[in-house]
Each structure stands twice: as structure tokens, then as C-alpha cells.
Design a protein around this ligand. Structure first.
Ligand code: PRP
Length: 216
């Protein structure tokens, strides 16, 4: 019998599309994984064990080898810079990382930038030779310019609804984000057959997956 693969699975927005994608690839997984409070869920039929993680921690679990593989946003990979293999672009949870501000923004000498992604933001402004003060927040980043904590924010934009409802504008898009399949370096060698098999099955369904979802 095949060994069980440990999968670090993000809770929240990526979870549902990731489960749907695995199901489309033929894995027999229940829809309601994220509804449970259980943190470790074994699905013997699929030979998978899910470690239900905070999205930002997925790459950490994989780097340390407590999960063999993981599903993680490119935003987290860019910010965390973990030592893992990036195996596949899953094409799900598509959004972008952007610089955002109030509509009446003016160029500032040393603007304050609030973000959940201090490394991404610092690198972006450093590369452009712009001095900024980065303020790390953990959520509701859009509040920062509204209440005068920061002049700009660097954050994810998906539908644009949060910006619209808070009167903010996207000033520049930094990079596109999709979810990626990552693997621990040792697991990738030791469990290569089973990981490769999973990749092949996912790869067969990825191209049509988002189109199919859009049609539903
Ligand atoms: C993310 C992001 C934006 C919002 C963008 O927040 O930080 O606030 O989603 O989505 P939209 O363009 O579809 O409105 P998230 O929901 O992860 O919560 P957070 O505020 O805790 O970061």
C-alpha cells in the first residue's frame, strides 16, 4: 500500500478551491475539511493526511519536514523565503499584490507603508530606490491609510471590493499571486514516486480547472 502523504493545507480562502482541485484530480476527499475544528485530518482512501494550518505557516511546516507537501500562496512564498521546492502553479486563488493608497495621494519623501508583508514591501521600495518606513500589521490593512497610521499599504487585491468599499485605489500592482504546491526537500527524494504521481494527477486537471469553476 502507498505511504500516507502529509499535506499542510491552508485554512481560509485557499482551502475550498484546493480541495476542489484535489477532488477533480480524483482524490476522494470530503468537501467540509475546513468546517471541522480538527487540526489533523487523515483521509485513508486518498492516502493523505491534512495538517490544517494558518496560510502563513504552511511553508514553515513543509520546510521543517513535518508536512511532506503543502498548498501555499505565492504571497507567502515571497514573504517567507522558505527552503522548499515549488513544484506546481495550481492556478487557484488568483489575486495580486499591490501598492494601495487614498485617491488624493501625493508623492512623499519617506512614506509610512503598512502591510502584512514587510519583506515584500521593503524589497519593492528598496529596488525602486525609495525610502519608506514599513509598519507590520496582521490584518484589516486597509484601515491604516483611513485612520492616518500609514500613507500607503502593500496588500493583496482579489475582487477589489475591500478597496472600493473603503474608498482606496490601487496605485501599482507588484506581482500576480496564485497558490503553489510545495514540497519538503527530503520528502521529495524519499517519497518521490507518490509526490510525482500526485503532481501528474493535478497537472492533468489544472489547465481547465479555473475555466470550469467560472462556468459553474
Ligand atoms: C485580504 C486582503 C484584503 C482583501 C482583498 O484580506 O488583505 O484585505 O482580502 O480581497 P478583495 O479584493 O476581494 O476585497 P483577508 O480577507 O485575508 O483578511 P485580513 O484583513 O485579515 O488580511
Amino acid at each position: 500500500m502507498l505511504p500516507i502523504l502529509k499535506v499542510a493545507m491552508p485554512k481560509g480562502r485557499i482551502n475550498k478551491p484546493a480541495i476542489k482541485l484535489l477532488q477533480a484530480a480524483g482524490f476522494d476527499i470530503p468537501d467540509d475539511l475546513d468546517d471541522s475544528r480538527k487540526l489533523i485530518i487523515t483521509v485513508p482512501e486518498a492516502r493523505l493526511q491534512f495538517i490544517m494550518a494558518k496560510p502563513v505557516d504552511v511553508a514553515t511546516y513543509v520546510e521543517y519536514g513535518v508536512a511532506d507537501i503543502g498548498v501555499v500562496g505565492k504571497d507567502v512564498l515571497m514573504e517567507e523565503n522558505r527552503d522548499v521546492y515549488e513544484l506546481l502553479d495550481l492556478g487557484i486563488a488568483r489575486c495580486r499584490m499591490s501598492v494601495i493608497g487614498l485617491p488624493d495621494w501625493t508623492p512623499l519623501l519617506n512614506p509610512r507603508v503598512a502591510t502584512k508583508y514587510p519583506n515584500v514591501a521593503s524589497q519593492y521600495f528598496r529596488e525602486r530606490g525609495q525610502q519608506v518606513e514599513v509598519i507590520k500589521l496582521n490584518g484589516s490593512i486597509e484601515l491604516a491609510p483611513l485612520i492616518g497610521l500609514a500613507d500607503r499599504i502593500v496588500d493583496m487585491v482579489e475582487t477589489g471590493r475591500t478597496l472600493e468599499e473603503n474608498g482606496l485605489v490601487e496605485m501599482e500592482s507588484i506581482f500576480e499571486i496564485t497558490s503553489r504546491l510545495i514540497a519538503n526537500r527530503v520528502s521529495y527524494r524519499m517519497k518521490n514516486d507518490i509526490i510525482q504521481q500526485l503532481c501528474d494527477r493535478l497537472q492533468a486537471v489544472i489547465p481547465g480547472f479555473e475555466t470550469l469553476k467560472a462556468l459553474k
